[in-house]
Ligand binder design. Structure first.
Ligand code: BG6
Length: 484
């Protein structure tokens, strides 16, 4: 691997770059982790003067860096790495100017980060190649969404693969960059304590919740055509599920980990018109209040008046048909304008076959609760004796916290810092391989087709609640409740 690398960001003045990529790069620079990174070349459609570009990056960093991260001194050195060049994705001119800029820098390796509309990915790759900018040490990062369904995803992958080999293609799912998602690998495969009980003999069900309190935030065009299933389940929830459910990999090498995740995705039981009614719930938020503030309903928000067919909430009862997980439901749910922002995985263990204790209600089960955000913590819910003379042998729940203080503070780093660092260093472990993304789309497409065939209704829910009542019913029919 060559020593120095130039990073070129397409969509360099867009929302993702402003909120996530540039702050993450600043942080890597500040922590001295961006060693291999030589220059950052942002590109956008507008012609911008470098001074103006720097001024706008500076003010955005002030707005989006975590509190306490700004340093004038760090900015002075960071700024020197930061260039700008205007490129119109479809016209060769800008690519030649980019080529000149890259040649001047003399960094042999190149990483192209595509944070534009995915419909432009093929064109950009082809233009890069035509302009001779893709050398033997070049790779590409692709932001989600990778298509709208399996066919469009395949088309993008095909176009990109004509220019970049699979081992030079980094497909981002920022959930894989979250500390606790990676910690799952350590927890599962570093502790003999959990491994023997990680199966259908001991686990009764798994719940994965990604709840957001924000609404659709003016992403009209994108979200109206997308909905929660495509926006969140196809990628983030299925990636988390595959890490929870995978077999121990042969090693921690990217191929071995991705092979095991892939096997889980292949074992997902298809949801079809025959079972979609019992397996899924679609919802859409109505007006309500979140965090004490009144908020509008989805259809009242600008740009969404005609989006009656778009869900902002989805709950699914998924099954993984393999030896380890047959018979264990994986309940997934995600939605916008829910009561609060949190993401967590709950592994609920089976009850003991016979109880010796008088007070042993259903909710007193062992659970492993993995909080992904806002806290990054793991806790084991166990039972012990209610203390005191008055209670002979009665049970009470106790939580054992398995996280160290820095993780509990939740202030470690942003997922994009982890992922950018890995892409810069050429480590593909936390990126999705082509077959994973396409298999996930295959499963999602079948749900969408089943919704269409059955005319599955979208149930309303009041903003600030945890989704439609039907979501409670989805798990209640199995004698369970969502862990909240
Ligand atoms: C993105 C979705 O991928 O993830 C957004 O497009 C969503 O709709 C976001 O808000 C959630 O990410 P996080 O890290 O804030 O949970």
């Amino acid at each position: 691997m060559s020593a120095q690398l130039d990073l070129v960001i397409f969509g360099g003045t867009g929302d993702l770059s402003t909120r996530k990529l540039l702050p993450a790069l600043f942080q890597l620079h500040r922590h001295g982790l961006a060693g291999r990174l030589h220059r950052i070349v942002a590109s956008g459609r507008s012609e911008l003067d470098l001074e103006d570009f720097h001024a706008s990056v500076k003010s955005n960093l002030h707005a989006f860096l975590p509190a306490g991260s700004w340093s004038e001194e760090v900015w002075d050195t960071f700024r020197q790495r930061l260039c700008y060049t205007a490129i119109n994705a479809g016209s060769a001119e800008g690519y030649h100017a980019l080529g000149k800029l890259l040649d001047e820098g003399e960094a042999p390796a190149r990483l192209f980060y595509l944070a534009t509309l995915p419909s432009l990915y093929g064109e950009i790759c082809q233009q890069l190649q035509a302009a001779g900018l893709v050398n033997g040490d070049s790779s590409v990062v692709l932001e989600k969404p990778l298509g709208h369904d399996l066919a469009s995803c395949r088309e993008i992958n095909e176009q990109v693969s004509r220019v970049f080999a699979e081992n030079a293609t980094f497909r981002i799912d920022h959930y894989l960059g979250k500390e606790t998602v990676q910690n799952l690998l350590a927890l599962r495969f570093g502790n003999p304590l959990f491994q023997p009980m990680w199966n259908n003999t001991f686990v009764s069900n798994v719940q994965i919740t990604v709840a957001e309190d924000i609404g659709v935030e003016g992403r009209g065009d994108y979200y109206a055509k997308t909905g929660a299933l495509r926006d969140m389940v196809q990628n983030h929830l299925l990636q988390v599920l595959s890490i929870v459910a995978m077999e121990p990999p042969a090693s921690l090498k990217p191929t071995d980990i991705r092979d095991e995740k892939m096997k889980v995705l292949r074992c997902l039981e298809p949801i079809t018109a025959a079972n979609v009614k019992e397996r899924t719930v679609r919802g859409r938020y109505d007006a309500g209040a979140v965090d004490g503030k009144a908020v509008k309903g989805f259809l009242e928000e600008a740009g969404y008046q005609d989006a009656e067919g778009t869900e902002t909430f989805v709950a699914i009862k998924a099954s993984i048909n393999n030896w380890r997980w047959a018979g264990v439901p994986f309940y997934l749910r995600t939605g916008k304008r829910l009561s609060r922002r949190y993401s967590e995985i709950v592994i609920e263990y089976r009850r003991q076959p016979f109880s010796l204790f008088a007070n042993d209600p259903n909710e007193l089960t062992n659970k492993l609760v993995i909080h992904l955000q806002p806290e990054e913590t793991i806790s084991l819910h166990t039972l012990n004796k209610k203390p005191g003379l008055t209670h002979r042998l009665r049970l009470q729940p106790v939580e054992l916290h398995l996280t160290d203080d820095s993780q509990a503070r939740g202030d470690s780093y942003d997922a994009y810092e982890r992922l950018l660092l890995d892409a810069i260093n050429g480590d593909q472990t936390l990126f999705m391989r082509r077959d994973e993304v396409e298999t996930a789309w295959h499963w999602i497409d079948s749900i969408i087709a089943a919704w269409e065939e059955n005319g599955t209704p979208i149930k309303k829910y009041i903003s600030g609640t945890m989704g439609p009542n039907a979501s409670t019913a989805l798990v209640a029919v199995d004698g369970r409740a969502w862990y909240e």
